[in-house]
Design a protein around this ligand. Structure first.
Ligand code: RFL
Ligand code: PHB
Length: 400
């Protein structure tokens, strides 16, 4: 069987479902293919921080109600190191705060909007091949309910994350991949325990980095730096809590039932260009940042804001300038976020061969960041997206 649509979207992560939603609002048809089940994508625990520009993008798209009701607005973060704790006041330094709202909640809201609109989203549909991207009607071969099917479209948006076929197709066409792997990974838990502090705590410790985050007044999200390649067998529950207590140095931290646990590798990666013929990459398929800067989901949302506007202009208005400059419009923002995420990672993590000298350098830089208003403002601008300009830059790229 062959399905036909205007935009074939691979992946129902934040990038894929927001793109589908924005196109629908512009009156453009699309079909979303997602190889996992709806339940799986709505439960997958991942990012938690939305820049104010991302939150506004969701509101403007009519999917911000639950975010405004249940999202936690934070005016700053705590940096903890060497027995000291300092708050970086984002609101005071930049006039902007951030929102803590789980990525799976963003995905849930957007999947629901798609289903309410009666628009097609196929779960457990695996895209296998993208064909004809230099022709008028490219197509996606996918397997669904035991059959091989074709989705014929005008444009293909590969929002299929870091292991998808979109990136592989682009690389086979000569795109360049810039990549850095880190010697660390993050062990993350979701725990049924009230957050021990009102805001995020980024902790630098001689034994490694730790992060205190949250999802609600009763659920905490906690991370520990572990060596890359580490397995969960090496981390029994008691060891996780004891490392968190030691590194976070937070007396109010209480143990609770662990609801989810996983280890994530840390990588920086950018594919250039992000488009070829009628194929466009968006989100993690095009770039990955280590999670220390909390940028991944924000970049994914900003990419598709640019892409939706460009496709709309092309399909509805017959103009193609914005489409041909999609890569250029995105890369400035992407590389700014790459820089900041790499900076935060190096600042807060211990490298395997680091010695006492390196430890003193980390502490000196952390003291500078927390005592100089210029340095604090720079961190605040980057973290809140005032400098990475995530969504604002995406929009201004369109206007220019
Ligand atoms: P996703 O979310 O990976 O979605 C891709 C989807 O494509 C599907 N797929 C396919 N479907 C059909 N056919 C195929 N052949 C397919 N191949 C793949 C997949 O099943 C999946 O559903 O990519 P997207 O939409 O680009 O979104 C990117 C974000 O998920 C990612 O950048 C963030 O989670 C990164 N991240 C964070 N970002 C933030 O902005 N703020 C944070 O606080 C933050 N914290 C994090 C993070 C990522 C983490 N991990 C687990 C990687 C914390 C962690 C621990
Ligand atoms: C999260 O809440 O999952 C989170 C927060 C900040 C980060 C990464 C992840 O930098």
């Amino acid at each position: 069987m062959t399905l036909r649509t205007s935009v074939g979207i691979i992946g129902a992560g934040p990038a894929g479902v927001l793109l589908a939603h924005l196109l629908h609002r512009a009156g453009i048809e699309s079909v979303v293919l997602e190889n996992r089940s709806r339940d799986y994508v709505e439960r997958r625990v991942r990012a938690g921080v939305l820049e104010p520009g991302s939150a506004q993008l969701l509101r403007d798209a009519g999917v911000g109600d639950r975010l405004d009701r249940e999202g936690l607005e934070h005016g700053g973060i705590h940096l903890r190191f060497g027995g000291e704790s300092h708050r970086i006041d984002f609101k005071e330094l930049t006039g902007r705060g951030i929102f803590v709202y789980g990525q799976q909640e963003v995905v849930k809201d957007l999947v629901q909007a798609r289903i309410d609109a009666g628009a097609p989203i196929l779960f457990e549909a695996e895209a296998r091949e993208i064909r004809g991207i230099d022709e008028q009607r490219p197509s996606i071969l996918f397997s669904y309910q035991g059959h091989q099917e074709w989705l014929e479209c005008d444009y293909v948006a590969a929002c299929d994350g870091s292991h998808g076929i979109g990136r592989a197709t682009m690389l086979a066409r000569g795109a360049v991949m810039y990549e850095r792997n880190y010697p660390h990974a993050w062990l993350g838990i979701l725990a049924a325990t009230p957050p021990a502090a009102d805001e995020l705590i980024y902790a630098y410790h001689e034994r490694g980095f730790a992060l205190h985050s949250m999802r609600s007044p009763t659920v905490s999200r906690l991370y520990l730096q572990v060596p890359s390649g580490e397995t969960l067998e090496e981390w029994p529950v008691e060891r996780i809590w004891s490392a968190l207590r030691q590194r976070l140095n937070e007396p109010l931290l209480e143990e609770g039932e662990i609801l989810d646990v996983g280890i994530t590798a840390m990588t920086s990666l950018v594919i250039e260009p992000m488009q070829s013929g009628r194929l466009f990459l968006a989100g993690d398929s095009a770039h990955i940042v280590p999670p220390t800067g909390a940028k991944g989901m924000n970049l994914a949302l900003a990419d598709v804001a640019v892409l939706a506007a460009a496709l709309t202009e092309r399909i509805k208005g017959g103009r193609s300038e914005t489409m041909s400059s999609y890569t250029v419009n995105c890369l400035q923002r992407v590389w700014r976020a790459e820089y900041f995420s790499n900076f935060m990672t190096q600042l807060l993590h211990r490298e395997p061969l680091e010695d006492d000298f390196d430890n003193r350098l980390h502490l000196a830089q952390l003291r500078y960041l927390t005592s100089s208003s210029a340095a604090s403002r720079s961190l605040a601008e980057n973290y809140t997206g005032a400098a990475t300009g995530t969504v604002a830059l995406a929009k201004s790229g369109l206007d220019s």
